[in-house]
Design a protein around this ligand. Structure first.
Ligand SMILES: NC(=O)c1ccc[n+]([C@@H]2O[C@H](COP(=O)([O-])OP(=O)(O)OC[C@H]3O[C@@H](n4cnc5c(N)ncnc54)[C@H](OP(=O)(O)O)[C@@H]3O)[C@@H](O)[C@H]2O)c1
Length: 264
């Protein structure tokens, strides 16, 4: 796959699962000018060992940033740290990947309470809302820096927000999977993330910032479980390929990892 992503790229939930694989493939496949801000809750903890190994494998290419998406102060501190490192530059790509699913699947109604709803919404919706709002000046700067000759052409190389969503959040497709896993907090939070994507797409299109939601497929991670058919390398390879090809027509849409549209 020709990797045509470049510039400053921020990934949340980067210490394991799909997020870690995103950092790995971005580090492997982008050119020398690219820099990856890999955000996770506990950069020094045992859960971030694989991410720390990647920073050694790709010296100078990855900066690990402490970020808890459910904590506004943490989001603010992480954004400040990124701003300081980027200096006069911009942020080209924000990938909102971190998320939780509570209670554990199949998460029936009887096992789900207010606390689950609140925690899942904080991480899956409020966090992505806040981080995009706080990073907007950097995204805007990246969009403006690329403007000579590009006009109103949007891309993930120029300036973009990718919100990692799920097929389970499709309102139209809900009856097809509801019987297998009810997952009220997860489904409703990701449906809200889809609406956030649509609102941001409308709001930021005059700034030439692309906003798209992508479903990674059903992937073998802690969240996806062992029975999932896709492995993280294949899902991420497909998603990065899809991201590389996004343009104005994809702004405000929900796509799968292979670039196929999913109905809202
Ligand atoms: N796997 C699938 O089949 C599947 C399907 C559809 C959509 N997705 C979506 O794909 C994305 C990645 O999922 P995954 O399968 O890689 O899940 P995962 O293996 O459970 O990893 C989730 C990641 O999010 C991080 N995270 C959770 N809460 C956080 C918080 N408050 N602040 C910062 N980071 C936090 C975790 O960090 P800690 O280690 O600190 O917990 C971890 O790095 C999610 O948005 C998920 O909804 C996955």
């Amino acid at each position: 796959m020709p990797m045509t992503l470049e510039g400053n790229i921020l990934v949340t939930g980067a210490n394991r699962g799909i997020g870690l694989e995103l950092v790995k493939q971005l580090a492997e496949k982008t050119g020398g000018e690219a820099h990856i801000y890999a955000c996770c809750r506990a950069p020094d903890g045992t859960g971030a060992e694989a991410l720390r190994d990647l920073t050694t494998q790709y010296p100078g290419k990855i900066t690990v940033i402490k970020l808890d998406m459910s904590d506004e102060d943490s989001v603010s501190a992480a954004v400040q740290a990124v701003k300081e490192q980027i200096g006069d530059g911009g942020l080209n790509l924000l990938i909102n990947n971190a998320a939780i699913n509570k209670p554990l699947s199949p998460a029936p109604l009887s096992a789900t309470g207010k606390q689950d709803m609140m925690e899942v919404f904080e991480t899956n919706v409020v966090g992505p809302f806040l981080i995009a709002k706080m990073l907007l000046p950097l995204l805007q700067r990246a969009a403006e820096m690329k403007s000579p000759g590009e006009g109103d052409k949007m891309s993930c190389r120029r300036s973009a927000i990718i919100n990692i969503s799920t097929l389970l959040a499709s309102i139209e497709k809900c009856p097809e999977s509801f019987g297998l896993a009810q997952m009220y907090p997860y489904r409703t939070s990701k449906a809200a993330l889809n609406m956030l994507t649509r609102c941001q797409a409308e709001d930021f299109k005059s700034l030439n910032i692309l906003v798209t939601a992508i479903h990674p497929g059903w992937v073998r991670t802690q969240m996806g479980g062992k029975q999932a058919p896709l492995n993280p390398p294949d899902s991420v390879h497909g998603m990065l390929s899809t991201m590389s090809s996004l343009s104005n027509k994809d702004c405000g849409t929900l796509l799968d990892w292979q670039g196929n549209p999913i109905p809202w």
